[in-house]
Design a protein around this ligand. Structure first.
Ligand SMILES: [Zn+2]
Ligand SMILES: [Zn+2]
Ligand SMILES: [Zn+2]
Ligand SMILES: [Zn+2]
Length: 584
């Protein structure tokens, strides 16, 4: 007879990540939700833009920027063509997507309502978009506009555009959560809640399998958040949290009143980003001004004067950054979503001034967000290969074994504490590729890598950046010069050198060894790809100075008025210094 207690206490290592698990399948709670839905035997890399299922690399193909699963490709081979795929996406986007209404129901309540006269309300949203359009920031901006127009609420911060772990397969389109922080009279709370729910009902794309929107409302008596919620943010940013793990953590919530709403009957994936966004405390931050399109233009080609963007960049850089890569304009997304353009920068004034310089089509409105974008907050520093897990972006010291190019990819193999690291850089990361190829065996580097798989002693992933710590000198061996006429000696035979110029012969085989410092790489410098290959969270080098000012508190964040408007020709007024909520 089986001893069930014994079976239950036997822990094994998850075959994908090495975390302990008691599951018979050998797949832990962190990895299980990310299994490929076609083969069920590998971790997924993204979702199919047509059917919405999570799929691994082997069971899907990248068509342009979108991923399509093998089964969808089999049933309609025309999907191999990016233009055809795009036409399908745009068609669906303009025909059905904007006309689906979803009722949001309460799916979770923890804690009791605050009893103070005024209450702090934190509103978190995630996963409102699909390949067929919409955007979580758009839903949030609509909520903010509604609050400004109908309630006597005080805005405590910009809406926060919170990027979470970029390697999670559900985040293919750079999905982000948003949080809004306001203070309101207790008596208005239920009206506020009703109005927000009415707003979100037609602003989500829950008809798409991957899209599982959630709205979290967290009310507190003080301007504070429970430490659990802050931990959720940090883990959703740097590692993996699934809805199941989140619910387990939330059981320990001690402060505040948390409500979660969703059109799903099960716990939606969006709950993680919605709660995590509320929990974001930003020591370093940037701003992004997003301008939204008129509904009738969505799905059409974006009208932006590229010359005006280049001119703006020339004037505003580095106060704005990541907006241009060479002559390539990066401010406009490609899909049928409502965002016309987004401008990133260090201050609200800078992004607004930049926006005013750009010529573009008529817009619905613009909104300034404060963000963790471009702060490299997603990177976890680890000492040991064993501490890495799939989907995490880690920084680890290692010693280069080899760097080589194969087709259009560059591979780096390195030795790290406790095992090996195998990194790859893709064609889009060209600038980084050429620097990796300059690395030599024995070089010590800090490597930043997005881990996609882990075996016993090896982690493999996509290289994001590296910093040389110690470079072995280049060794060149040359023949000595002739002691009589100074010409370079030639080798005559196995143990004889001779001078071609004056005829001197010298017995023996001497070599001069030159140790040349490596000029092609600099110790301590960050090498990363050019902006077009950056993750939203990647900090560009031009930010290093501003980052230090912000982290040390030498500059503070100010809230300006307005944060959201339609007109471009108005002054921004600083109205208050922004304070992060306390962590309780
Ligand atoms: Zn696992
Ligand atoms: Zn698969
Ligand atoms: Zn599919
Ligand atoms: Zn000579």
């Amino acid at each position: 007879m089986l001893d069930y207690d014994l079976v239950k206490t036997v822990k094994i290592e998850c075959k994908f990540c090495g975390r302990e698990t008691d599951k018979i399948s050998g797949i832990c709670d962190y990895c299980e939700p990310f299994l490929c839905e076609v083969c069920r035997s590998k971790l997924s890399k993204g979702y199919c833009a047509v059917c919405g299922r999570l799929v691994c690399d082997d069971d899907s193909k990248l068509v342009g920027f979108a991923r399509v699963c093998v089964e969808c490709l089999q049933s309609d081979p025309r999907l191999n063509d990016y233009d055809y795929l795009q036409s399908i996406i745009f068609n669906k986007a303009t025909r059905i997507a904007y006309r689906t209404k979803q009722r949001f129901n309460e799916i979770l309540e923890i804690g009791a309502p605050p009893r103070s006269e005024h209450i702090y309300v934190h509103i978190g949203l995630d996963d409102f978009d699909s390949p067929y359009g919409l955007c979580t920031t758009y839903a949030a901006a609509h909520i903010l506009r509604m609050i400004k127009e109908t309630f006597e609420a005080e805005l405590l911060d910009y809406p926060l555009l919170i990027r979470l772990n970029p390697n999670i397969p559900l985040k293919t389109r750079g999905n982000a959560g948003v949080a809004i922080r306001i203070i309101i009279e207790k008596d208005s709370f239920s009206d506020l809640l009703e109005s927000i729910l009415r707003q979100v009902e037609d602003l989500s794309h829950a008809f798409f399998r991957k899209t599982q929107p959630a709205l979290a409302i967290y009310a507190t008596e003080k301007y504070a958040i429970d430490s659990i919620i802050n931990i959720v943010y940090k883990e959703a940013l740097r590692s993996v949290i699934t809805p199941k793990i989140l619910l387990r953590k939330l059981r320990n919530l001690k402060t505040g009143h948390l409500l979660v709403f969703s059109p799903m009957s099960t716990i939606p994936r969006g709950i993680v980003g919605a709660v995590a966004s509320i929990g974001a405390i930003l020591d370093d931050y940037t701003f992004e001004l997003l301008a939204y399109r008129l509904e009738r233009n969505i799905g059409r080609k974006r009208q932006i004067n590229e010359a005006s963007v280049l001119k703006m960049n020339k004037k505003m850089f580095p106060l704005t950054f990541g907006n241009v890569d060479g002559q390539k304009i990066l401010i406009a997304p490609k899909g049928p979503d409502p965002v016309l353009l987004g401008i990133r920068g260090e201050t609200p004034e800078a992004v607004f001034e930049a926006f005013r310089m750009i010529e573009h089509e008529e817009i619905e409105f613009w909104c300034i967000f404060r963000s963790n974008q471009a702060t490299s907050a997603h990177i976890r520093s680890i000492r040991h290969v064993e501490d890495a897990h799939p989907y995490e972006t880690i920084m680890i010291n290692c010693e280069v074994i080899s760097a080589r190019k194969e087709d259009d990819r560059v591979f780096l193999r390195a030795h790290a504490n406790g095992g090996y690291v195998e990194g790859v850089a893709y064609r889009l990361q060209r600038g980084l590729q050429s620097k990796i190829l300059k690395l030599k065996p024995g070089d010590i580097i800090k490597l930043v890598i997005a881990v996609f798989s882990k075996t016993k002693d090896t982690i493999a992933g996509n290289i994001e950046e590296f910093i040389p710590i110690q470079l072995v000198p280049e060794i060149i061996k040359r023949n000595p010069r002739c002691p009589r006429c100074c010409a370079r000696l030639k080798k005559k035979s196995k143990d004889m050198l001779y001078c071609k110029k004056c005829g001197l012969r010298i017995k023996g085989d001497f070599k001069i060894i030159l140790r040349i410092p490596r000029h092609e790489l600099r110790i301590g410098k960050r090498y990363l790809a050019s902006p077009r290959a950056h993750r939203h969270l990647t900090m560009p080098n031009e930010r290093i100075y501003f980052r230090s000012l912000k982290i040390t508190g030498k500059v503070s964040a100010y809230l300006v008025d307005p944060v959201l408007a339609k007109e471009k020709n108005l002054p921004l007024k600083r109205i208050r210094e922004i304070k992060e909520p306390k962590i309780l």
